[in-house]
Design a protein around this ligand. Structure first.
Ligand SMILES: [Zn+2]
Length: 136
């Protein structure tokens, strides 16, 4: 049941993607594999998730630390977070990252790229060409 929220949110995001785009991009996100060990929380398949996102691992990592209000370290495929962080919160933040930094504002496709223009960064959609500013 703990996974429900994550799946629901992702499913809802996917439903908003027009069918041809969602099939073309075959967008899937691996389920986060989270383990609490002593006083730290380990996201064991962090690199798989970042690969699926096609984003800079360090950016995703820093975002999670900021949003979860904790510190941590990154080692190869996994990240370790200080403290016992409820898996549900981590999943919510991953979904929030997807919404903020990946999905197109117009067609909701995940095929987007960061585009630097002067001092602003735009999120440019490869599917429909729309852009929206993002704060990195
Ligand atoms: Zn688009």
């Amino acid at each position: 049941m703990a996974n429900r929220n994550y799946d629901d949110l992702l499913e809802r995001a996917r439903q908003r993607i027009p069918k041809d785009i969602s099939e073309r991009s075959r967008w899937t996100m691996p389920e986060p594999d989270i383990m609490i060990e002593g006083s730290q929380t380990i996201l064991r398949n962090f690199s798989d998730i970042v690969d699926a996102m096609d984003r800079d691992a360090n950016h995703v990592f820093q975002y999670l630390l900021n949003e979860l209000g904790t510190s941590g370290s990154r080692e190869q495929v996994r990240i370790m977070l200080k403290g016992r962080v409820p898996p549900k919160r981590i999943k919510e933040k991953i979904v929030a990252y997807v919404k903020t930094y990946i999905l197109c504002g117009e067609c909701k496709a995940p095929d987007t790229r960061f585009l630097k223009e002067d001092r602003t960064t735009l999120l440019k959609c490869q599917a429909c060409g729309a852009t929206r500013p993002v704060r990195l």
